[in-house]
Design a binder for this molecule. Structure first.
Ligand code: ZN
Length: 146
């Protein structure tokens, strides 16, 4: 898949999943200490995302080798990485507890949450990318004109 086609897939899934968000796409590794999520483990990741849920902004980082994957895998990776920013908004509420909980306790919570989040995101991404790519949203994400 060419970068242009990949970018169009990201835009399609963005419109379906998170039309109020902006998504910046990079075909490179992220720099610095962003909060990121990895599609295939910490060491052999091929894509990750970071976000600032307070302004509905996501960053999607993709290694160029992803472009050689088949279309189904690509859709699954894109959906997976776009679901994380949406969950960041929900799960980020626990951040207010960070300063009030002993660090080992918060760390244990985070480790459990991250593992459970990956499992959930993988399941949802599989279902959505398998059944949801026919041009219109199957989950009622159409935005109303105010
Ligand atoms: Zn993930």
């Amino acid at each position: 898949m060419k970068r242009k086609a990949f970018t169009e897939r990201v835009e399609l899934w963005r419109r379906l999943l998170m039309p109020e968000w902006r998504v910046a796409l990079f075909f490179e590794e992220p720099e610095g200490n962003i909060r990121s999520h990895h599609a295939h483990g910490q060491d052999d990741w091929v894509a990750c995302s970071g976000s600032d849920p307070t302004i509905a902004e996501a960053r999607l980082y993709v290694k160029p080798e992803v472009l050689t994957f088949d279309a189904d895998q690509i859709d699954r990776i894109i959906v997976h990485e776009l679901l994380h920013p949406l969950l960041d908004r929900v799960l980020g509420h626990a951040e207010v507890l960070r300063d009030y909980v002993p660090p080992p306790v918060f760390h244990a919570y985070e480790q459990g949450r991250i593992a459970d989040e990956e499992e959930l995101v993988n399941r949802i991404a599989h279902v959505i990318s398998t059944h949801g790519e026919h041009g219109e949203s199957p989950y009622g994400t159409h935005r109303c004109k105010a």
